[in-house]
Ligand binder design. Structure first.
Ligand SMILES: *Cc1c(COP(=O)(O)O)cnc(C)c1O
Length: 482
């Protein structure tokens, strides 16, 4: 409240003259109802999983149960303050302590930090712990091996931490080539970073052998856990031989995803790596819960305070409401849905990838063996439409006309004209079927009237943009509604 005894100077008198306007700004004159309608109309143009299927591969855009939002909004959770004394927020610390334990159990790890603010931040945190481990062993190392199918954040995190990223090629079955891996392993390698299932949506079935090769060289095995939606309750990174894994709570564990909102990338570790966890760690002492700062080998803090607490509440509620069997069913249904789409679409959208000849280094596009099932997602290729002058980008744009969000395109980089489709477990058979219908209709249109696909979208408020101009010279002025 302003003090009524202190005269308030007009704001103009506090600003330098050249900072003042000569004329009122040209703002639209609108009534409250017009403002409300404007933003309501805009919000209805927004696309999200509450509107229709969002088959964005790699990112797991799935339905998040409303119950978890209600739980996160309970005043005791929503109003807790990070500077509150521990004695006044025992329930909140208990939730963090128990969530760490659940995630550790789900991943087969010994301990979990909830601090990292995104998957990429989890990668950085995991790499820092692995570096601290090698340094404490008295054998600092220099390189981290990454498959050529990796998500871009993997090499970025490796570089940020001061290691050199060394790429190895994927084999014709879309998996890690264990011979190539063995050939690059030496005592300079700190770790091998792998996503499992990998970004082609394939399970790395040689994972035990991979772990052996990596550990025999004294290196560590890191799992990018972005694809956890395929393995919940079925298998665990720890059982596969991984030493470190990050989770993306905003993919697998019920935190709304996107819009630049907060993410959460907890990291689980095993064995000797536990000593290096960031401080503080939520702990239990008798029947009291507290934050432990007394960890001499910790890599320190990786963020202010402890975590994005609301997400931890959502993840906790998600895990508790599903239980072990329910979590397993999440992944089983995600895999079932993806394989249904794969089998219905593969004749028109085949799975292929680019491999390089060992001797000559020449790239070749090869089909993925049809008998290999996918996990929770699959990557098709649009190269067969090249003769019709249609690219994957056009197919993605045309899907918008059918009311679907576009899948991930042009990732992973080893699939030419990639279309990466992840339906998630929460889609009904009806919605999968209508997505299939749309994809099959587009395949037919490409044969008969390719212009329709190349000029798409036709029914959205904004038609095809010149993407370079849109990025370089965005038009952000107010205009009357579309
Ligand atoms: C999403 C994703 C990441 C990065 O996670 P963010 O939370 O977006 O930082 C890393 N790897 C893979 C395979 C991903 O899909």
């Amino acid at each position: 409240m302003p003090n009524p005894d202190v005269p308030v100077k007009p704001i103009e008198s506090l600003l330098p003259a050249e900072a003042l306007r000569n004329a009122p700004p040209e703002l639209p004159e609108v009534s409250e109802v017009d403002v409300v309608r404007h933003f309501t109309r805009l919000s209805s143009l927004n696309y999200h999983p509450d509107r229709a299927m969002y088959p964005l591969g790699s990112c797991t855009m799935k339905h998040n149960p409303r119950l978890n939002e209600d739980v996160a909004a309970l005043p005791g959770f929503a109003r807790v303050h990070p500077l509150q004394p521990d004695s006044t927020c025992q329930g909140a610390i208990r939730l963090l302590y128990e969530l760490s334990a659940y995630l550790a159990e789900i991943a087969g790890m010994d301990a979990v930090t909830l601090q990292p603010a995104a998957g990429a931040h989890g990668e950085l945190t995991g790499l820092m712990m692995m570096r601290a481990y090698h340094e404490r062993q008295g054998r600092p190392r220099r390189k981290v091996i990454i498959p050529d199918s990796a998500h871009g954040t993997n090499p970025a995190s490796v570089t940020l931490v001061g290691y050199e990223a060394v790429q190895i090629q994927t084999n014709e079955r879309g998996l890690v080539d264990t011979k190539r891996l063995a050939a690059v392993m030496d005592d300079e390698v700190a770790a091998f970073m792998l996503t499992n299932p990998n970004t082609l949506g394939l399970f790395e079935s040689d994972i035990r052998e991979i772990a052996r090769i990596v550990h025999d060289a004294g290196a560590l095995l890191y799992m990018d856990g972005a694809n956890f939606n395929a393995i919940l309750g079925i298998t665990r990174p720890g059982d596969m031989g991984f030493d470190v894994v990050h989770f993306n709570l905003h993919k697998t564990f019920s935190t709304p995803h996107g819009g630049g909102g907060p993410g959460a990338g907890p990291v689980g570790v095993r064995g000797a790596l536990v000593d290096f966890l960031p401080i503080p760690v939520a702990c239990k002492d008798g029947d009291r819960y507290a934050f432990d700062y007394d960890r001499p080998h910790s890599i320190g803090r990786v963020r202010s305070f402890y975590c994005s607490f609301g997400m931890m509440v959502r993840a906790y509620a998600y895990i508790r409401t599903h239980g072990p069997d329910g979590l397993r069913q999440v992944s089983e249904n995600a895999i079932l849905n993806a394989n249904y789409l794969l089998r219905r679409l593969e004749h028109h959208y085949p799975r292929t990838l680019t491999v390089h000849d060992v001797q000559s280094g020449h790239p070749r596009e090869v089909p993925l063996p049809a008998e290999i099932p996918c996990q929770h997602e699959f990557v098709a290729s649009g190269t067969r439409f090249k003769d019709n002058g249609v690219r994957t980008l056009d197919i993605a744009k045309r899907l918008l006309d059918f009311g679907f969000y576009a899948p991930t395109i042009y990732f992973p980089l080893i699939v030419p004209e990639a279309i990466m489709i992840e339906p998630t477990e929460t889609e009904s058979k009806e919605s999968l079927d209508s997505f299939i219908d749309a994809m099959l209709t587009i395949a037919r249109e490409i044969e008969t009237e390719p212009e329709k696909v190349k000029d798409a979208p036709h029914t959205t408020p904004v038609s095809r943009l010149d993407e370079t101009t849109a990025a370089r010279n965005p038009d952000v002025r107010y205009r009357k509604a579309f």
